[in-house]
Design a protein. Structure first.
Length: 504
């Protein structure tokens, strides 16, 4: 090991570790249930009420949704709105599933994703439509050149307004849901979901207008403007808006993973990501304005490579989260909180799924009234009587509860590793000890169900080799009263098993 790496380890802040021997004292110090969930810094007296905050956010998004619905319907007409809505919803499941798959290691709560999608589809889209329309009309009036106003609006105004409006969702979650925002993957997922919602509303507008144009000129089928618009926006470039905003999300993710003491970096990185998102968005919009073949050139030479690079970065960040489990959790295994096999199983997505399935099967067949064993009926045994429908339902519920316990255990263990990594980097908050106690408390409650399932998964996936008992001749002498050299299970020197005397 080089001297530089040794100095780097010595310069890292020391993270205290809780020993299992103090389990009674530690669990007694766990905060009350109402304090389990981390609450960010209070903004004002009114915001102390969680119900008020939820109601306020829901009201704002609902009003924005009604306003954007009226604006889009006014521009496209009722038929155009319905056609645009039906076509625009098609790529949404693909986008959401892709970002959710990326967040499988430490999945964030659905409420954050729903907020991000609603913000992009309603609030950001409303701000973009109003600001872009106002700016375009103002430029056209000031310059008396409507065509130039449209060009400036598409290449300058729209990227700045739209990316700023979408970045607001990531900023709000970064500030008020800081516990759920820990790294690059979280930033990519939140930004991508927000942009997916924005693209959904924008596609309704474009596809609805295309359908109205088809009705005016009388075209239909694959040669229609609607089909061409759907192919460009939903087939060729469904990840266009998410790709722009993901750059901002990466900036927020890097800021979240860094030390809290580096305030300049925490501010500069999101701003840099926002500027890159605006520039990329401007290049994309300008490619179709300045040249008839500019769209294809930018798409093939710039967009596809950048999409591949961002995808690689997101997957690499997810693998880095898995490696962090192997690096941070063994300390808790050495202290007795985890078994040695658990960090190996938790760092593999395949082993995680296998552990959940094993717990489901084991606790389903061992439920009261179940006639089978955890590994099925024994060979040559009499066929068991068919269980009743009530027994089947009870066994299924029992297995489902066990699988849920293992999934929660995996989530809490991942959060524990992430928390310890943040503390090592100096990015953990002042409530590090309280959050660590809370996570260890949750793990301890589910340990009896999850630990055997994870140990089985580690061995089944080959990440942990099964330990076999030593052979009899390697066992230490079990009869010390006869002398240190006496061992009935060890052969004398130079005597093989073939010529060993038979003892009667």
């Amino acid at each position: 090991m080089s001297d530089g790496s040794v100095q780097q380890r010595q310069s890292q802040p020391a993270v205290p570790l809780l020993e299992e021997q103090r389990v009674g004292e530690i669990l007694a110090a766990v905060p009350e249930r109402r304090h389990w969930r981390y609450r960010p810094r209070r903004v004002g007296m009114v915001w102390r009420s969680r119900t008020f905050r939820i109601a306020a956010v829901f009201t704002v998004l609902a009003l924005c949704g009604l306003a954007i619905l009226a604006l889009v319907r006014d521009q496209t007409g009722t038929q155009g709105f319905l056609v645009g809505l039906g076509l625009a919803v098609l790529p949404v499941p693909l986008l959401v599933a892709a970002f959710r798959w990326l967040d499988r290691v430490d999945p964030g709560p659905w409420r954050n994703l729903l907020f991000a999608f609603a913000w992009g589809a309603f609030a950001a889209a409303l701000v973009a439509i109003l600001a872009n329309s106002f700016a375009t009309r103002w430029i056209a009036t000031a310059t008396a050149d409507p065509s130039n106003a449209d060009t400036l609006g598409a290449t300058v105004i729209a990227p700045v307004v739209e990316e700023s409006a979408k970045a607001a969702a990531a900023l709000l979650i970064f500030l008020f849901r800081r516990r759920d925002f820990t790294g690059i993957v979280d930033g990519v997922v939140i930004a991508g979901i927000t942009a997916s919602g924005f693209a959904f509303t924008e596609n309704i507008l474009y596809l609805g207008n295309a359908f109205g144009e088809d009705q005016q000129i009388g075209t239909s089928g694959v040669v229609s403007v609607t089909a061409a618009t759907f192919f460009v926006r939903a087939v060729m470039s469904p990840f266009a808006h998410p790709l722009f905003t993901v750059l901002t999300g990466i900036g927020f993710g890097l800021a979240a993973a860094g030390s809290r003491r580096r305030r300049l970096r925490r501010i500069a990185l999101p701003l840099l990501g926002l500027v890159l998102a605006m520039g990329m968005h401007s290049l994309w919009n300008g490619s179709a304005v300045f040249s008839p073949y500019g769209f294809y050139a930018v798409y093939g030479v710039f967009m596809v490579p950048v999409f591949g690079l961002v995808t690689w970065l997101a997957i690499w960040s997810r693998l880095r989260e898995l490696r962090a489990l192997c690096a941070e959790l063994p300390a808790y295994a050495a202290a007795g909180w985890l078994t040695p096999a658990e960090p190996l199983a938790l760092s593999s997505m395949r082993a995680r799924g296998l552990a959940r399935d094993a717990a489901r099967r084991r606790y389903a067949v061992t439920a009261p009234g179940s006639p089978q064993s955890p590994y099925g009926p024994a060979p040559g045994s009499w066929p068991a009587a068919q269980p009743s429908a009530q027994a089947k339902a009870a066994a299924k519920a029992h297995g489902k509860a066990a699988a849920q316990a293992v999934a929660e255990y995996e989530s809490f263990a991942t959060s524990l590793a992430s928390l310890r990594l943040q503390a090592r980097r100096g990015a953990a908050g002042p409530d590090f000890a309280e959050r660590e106690l809370e996570l260890l408390h949750h793990l301890w409650q589910r340990r009896e169900v999850a630990a055997p399932a994870l140990a089985y998964a580690a061995q089944a996936t080959g990440r942990l080799r099964p330990s076999y008992p030593p052979p009899p001749w390697a066992v230490p002498a079990p009869y010390p009263q006869y002398g240190a050299g006496y061992n009935p299970y060890m052969l004398p020197p130079r005597q093989s098993a073939r010529n060993r005397p038979v003892q009667h």
